[in-house]
Design a protein around this ligand. Sequence first.
Ligand code: NAD
Length: 448
Amino acid sequence: MKITVIGTGYVGLVTGTCLAEMGNHVVCVDVDGEKIRILEQGGIPIHEPGLLEMVTRNRSAGRLQFTTDLVAGVAHGTLQFIGVGTPPDEDGAADLTYVLEAARNIGRHMTDHKVIIDKSTVPVGTGERVRAAVAEELARRGLTIDFAVVSNPEFLKEGAAVEDFMRPDRIVIGADDEQAILLMRALYSPFIRNHDRLLVMDLKSAEFTKYAANSMLATRISFMNELALLAEKVGADIELVRKGIGSDPRIGYHFLYSGAGYGGSCFPKDVKALISTARNEGIDLKVLHAVEAANERQKLVLVDKVLARFGSDLTGRRFAIWGLAFKPNTDDMREAPSRVIISELARRGASLTAYDPVAMPEARRVLQDIEGLTFVDQPAQALDGADALIIITEWKEFKSPDFDAIKSRLKQAVVIDGRNLYEPALMTALGIEYIGVGRSNRSCENAT
Ligand SMILES: NC(=O)c1ccc[n+]([C@@H]2O[C@H](COP(=O)([O-])OP(=O)(O)OC[C@H]3O[C@@H](n4cnc5c(N)ncnc54)[C@H](O)[C@@H]3O)[C@@H](O)[C@H]2O)c1
């Protein structure tokens, strides 16, 4: 099939590349000339495991092209995916400026039948607004050209995006046009060959499903973070509690880790947007308000632990920071808890030496105003002479570190672990003062 993807960010680039991998002819369009330049020169503008190889393969095969030429982009695809950003506006609602601009652009330049597929995360009712925007542009040109609008929310996880797209748990299609539904079935059938995981529903329900999914996941995280605060007070270990409840199949193990709060480009903005949609309908989503408030508090939990251990004036203190990205396997720093933690510690006079396996270039850009923040190329370098090690992102390479080096290179053998990577009992045995989230320091010998 001939496909155009409008917006070549995390979602657009992965979508376009994976669709090309199945043999489709894909043109990815973006207004950001720098992004397109990097892609045309054989690089990729983001870190995503497996993506560069797939982009390279499909470019060489002539199935994947990148352009800033919006007119050529509209001309190419029968299927027009919209994968542009939907950041929160000042009230927390999703800002649809980019989505509607992309839709208008299709209406301005289309000359034949198009299926317009919204892959961006958009509030209920956006499909209708996309339809109206395209129709308005066609009317302005005095043309009647048939087109369909489909909602196809994306559920990929950054850091595992290629894998998620190639082997999806489910594909949600919201549409009322039978021809468009048939096309979408054909497009996705190679991705779901062993059993059908395509869920067809109406447009509004599809749009709603994406927000419901992210809000549910955010709720689980905030719930566990609150329980972790209580576990510390009463002397329980949240990691044992997590295993205790996760073993119940009605609950399951996913998204039950307490830590430094959720971040990234999706959960914070999608929770806000659903609250905003509900507010417009006169409904106060009390659970989600609490989820948001708990998360804001949680981002400061590591700071509170530093202050409890070292006092409120951190002048002259230096801390090693391991992990900056909002989660492992990505360089995405959007809404990363590290940003709040680093700003707050620096504001109190601390200097910080940070390491992240891939997010340092992006971190340098977004944290450039922070005084006393330096970056190092190796995790061990960050330790030298620091008062404590603070772990913010659970990269694999931090999971089995050289504990002797941690102990000997730090000025004080203190580890403040925002991701609960280590066993408290082991750390105590090693002579390292260990401060996790919701952990007790009792022996965990029987824990598995
Ligand atoms: N990042 C994720 O993990 C993820 C997962 C699922 C869904 N989503 C949703 O997908 C959407 C895109 O997210 P993202 O993380 O890929 O965003 P992004 O910021 O990485 O990419 C968006 C791209 O769209 C481009 N753009 C903006 N307006 C344009 C226009 N009129 N024409 C062409 N290009 C335009 C921007 O230059 C940018 O490169 C959002 O709605 C997001 O909520 C994201």
